[in-house]
Write a protein that binds this ligand. Structure first.
Ligand SMILES: Cc1ncc(COP(=O)(O)O)c(C=O)c1O
Length: 293
């Protein structure tokens, strides 16, 4: 991938986009990030991603060395610098360079980088037939230890679950809370539909407050679905009429089998397909134009 990467205020070539081995983002996963998309040169829900990044940073007492407007400007510029229309943008803020101890106060300057590239889309088949997912033994972090609301660089919990999902032959895996409630997938939020209710786990259980999750909850009313954020177990998914996942990269992807149980009819349901179509329209209608400067 050619193009320019934003690194601490400079636009550098990929080969020059390097971070110190003493950066606490690398040594300890001490940092925060966002995965953002642009469609046709328009950045979808940029303000929401920026707000979540600053919230994550505030929660770990990390001061981002730009104000939100300036950082949004750099995100837009990353799309332009790489002459992209449909892009996946990774925005990262690390604690910066320190010594080998944990102390974040020994890291005076956070590192900020933005990588914009083309997006590797899931195969069409996943959207047409739906995903087959499994519940993995690795439980989602308890929020009292590491709150899932913080989109931190510390993704080992999710990676362990991803490994277990892949070993079971699945591209996504369902993670439960320590007490056995449905939480989320390794990189996606989860929803079920039954009897006109659209239900998803509350974020206090440890799930990320997904941007796509918020969008879907906003679209539900137009389909006559009542949104409920409630704790539930796998049973509610096994007996749901429809299940789907949401995420910036995946968008809305139907789930048609969980732990060997076909969901509903075993094919993507009418509401899921309707929401996918609404979402598709929305991403092309909304968004901040990266090229309007
Ligand atoms: C653990 C986790 N849950 C959910 C999501 C979906 O969030 P969003 O819709 O903001 O991409 C992500 C995506 O980054 C994630 O990593």
């Amino acid at each position: 991938m050619a193009g320019k990467i934003f690194l601490n205020g400079k636009w550098v070539d990929r080969a020059d986009a390097v971070i110190s081995v003493f950066d606490h983002g690398l040594l300890y996963g001490d940092g925060v990030f966002e995965g953002i998309r642009s469609y046709g040169g328009r950045i979808f829900r940029l303000a929401g991603h920026i707000e979540r990044l600053y919230d994550s940073a505030r929660a770990i007492r990390l001061t981002i060395p730009y104000d939100p407007a300036a950082l949004s400007g750099h995100v837009k510029a990353s799309v332009r610098e790489n002459a992209l229309k449909d892009a996946y943008i990774r925005l990262v803020v690390t604690r910066g360079v320190g010594d080998l101890g944990l102390d974040p106060d020994k890291c005076p300057t956070p590192s900020v980088f933005i990588i914009a590239g083309t997006i590797a889309l899931y195969p069409r088949e996943y959207y047409e037939k739906g995903l087959d997912i499994v519940t993995v033994p690795t439980r989602r972090n308890v929020p009292e230890a590491l709150n899932g609301r913080i989109k931190s660089l510390n993704y080992l919990n999710n990676i362990l679950a991803k490994i277990e999902g892949k070993l079971a032959g699945c591209v996504e895996a369902l993670m439960l809370t320590d007490s056995g409630f449905v939480c989320e997938c390794t990189g996606d939020n989860i929803f079920g539909i039954r009897h006109g209710r659209l239900f998803t786990p509350p974020t206090y259980l440890g799930a990320l407050k997904g941007i796509t999750r918020d969008v879907v909850m906003g679209l539900a009313g137009s389909r006559g679905l009542k949104v409920e954020e409630v704790p539930f177990t796998r049973h509610e998914l096994f007996t749901a009429e429809e299940v789907f996942l949401t995420g910036t990269a995946a968008e809305i992807v139907p789930v048609t089998k969980i732990d060997g149980r076909p969901i509903g009819s075993g094919a993507p349901g009418v509401h899921t397909r309707g929401l996918m179509a609404e979402f598709e329209k929305l991403v092309h209608r909304e968004g901040e134009d990266a090229y309007a400067v």
